[in-house]
Ligand binder design. Structure first.
Ligand code: GLP
Length: 262
């Protein structure tokens, strides 16, 4: 795993955007996995900027989002479909019919979840998955206790997540109690993964996810078994890590040999 640390959120967002750009440029019909939350917003605005300056095109990119609140329609301002439209899709040259977000209003959950997984497979799998991390270690909405082999499914949100996400709703009671999320197993099948985290509030969980044991109680810890995963952290989010010197040394070595070291 690579751990890239910079002083500010802006710096890690730009570096993450450079990585996404370089991967999209290398492959036709690129399949990009996307996340919501505030962590990827800097990345999204950097990608918009690149697109508007004609430095990067999304014409041949297909996207799959990790998750969606169960019960919210795509036109609900707090739905993740709405979030993606407003914060990325509306501003880039992507074909909207190639942007997939789980349907929070589906009546037939099981079939829908199987269908979503099948769509990912039919597209050739996710080339690069973007992740944030919840304060309880969730990726997507894989709350503590999610099987590390889990697939796309309905999940009940943890009280901590409802509390954290209530800032986007009028009050806590309006936060949906359920969501549809790709599973940890689904996420681990992405060919490459990047996780962006910033701020002191994420420092403890980041240290546990990167340097603690792999456990179903911290879904992000499962990323330790992935072959090609890069964490982009600002100094606050990295502040509880023990092996910062090593991560910096590896990055320096990458510069010397001109190759990423996972
Ligand atoms: C939500 C999303 C996650 C996201 C998390 C953290 O729960 N389902 O995908 O990573 O929030 O959000 P933030 O980046 O705002 O801290």
């Amino acid at each position: 795993m690579r751990v890239i640390i910079r002083k500010t959120y802006e710096e890690i967002s730009l570096l993450a955007a450079e990585l996404v750009k370089s991967r999209i440029e290398k492959k036709d019909n690129f399949v990009l996995g996307l996340a919501t939350g505030s962590s990827p917003l800097g990345l999204y605005s950097a990608l918009i900027n690149m697109n508007q300056k004609n430095l990067l095109s999304f014409k041949n990119v297909k996207t799959f989002n990790l998750d969606e609140y169960y019960g919210l329609r795509g036109d609900h301002p707090q739905s993740y479909r709405y979030f993606m439209d407003v914060n990325l899709f509306n501003h880039i040259d992507i074909d909207k019919s190639r942007t997939m977000v789980p349907d929070g209003t589906t009546k037939n959950l099981e079939d829908f979840c199987l269908w979503y997984e099948q769509q990912i497979k039919n597209s050739g799998g996710i080339d690069l998955q973007v992740l944030g991390i919840g304060s309880d270690g969730h990726i997507g909405f894989n709350e503590p206790g999610s099987p590390l082999s889990s697939r796309t499914r309905l999940i009940a949100l943890d009280a901590q997540t409802i509390e954290d996400n209530s800032r986007f709703f009028k009050d806590k009671n309006q936060v949906p109690r359920f969501a549809i999320t790709m599973g940890v197993g689904t996420i681990l099948e992405a060919k490459e993964i990047i996780l962006i985290a910033s701020g002191k509030k994420k420092a403890q969980i980041i240290a546990k996810a990167i340097e603690g044991p792999i456990t179903g109680l911290i879904s992000a810890s499962a990323l330790q078994i992935h072959k090609r995963c890069t964490y982009f952290l600002d100094e606050d989010a990295a502040s509880e890590l023990n092996r910062i010197d090593y991560y910096r040394f590896v990055e320096e070595a990458e510069g010397t040999i001109g190759k990423e070291i996972f």
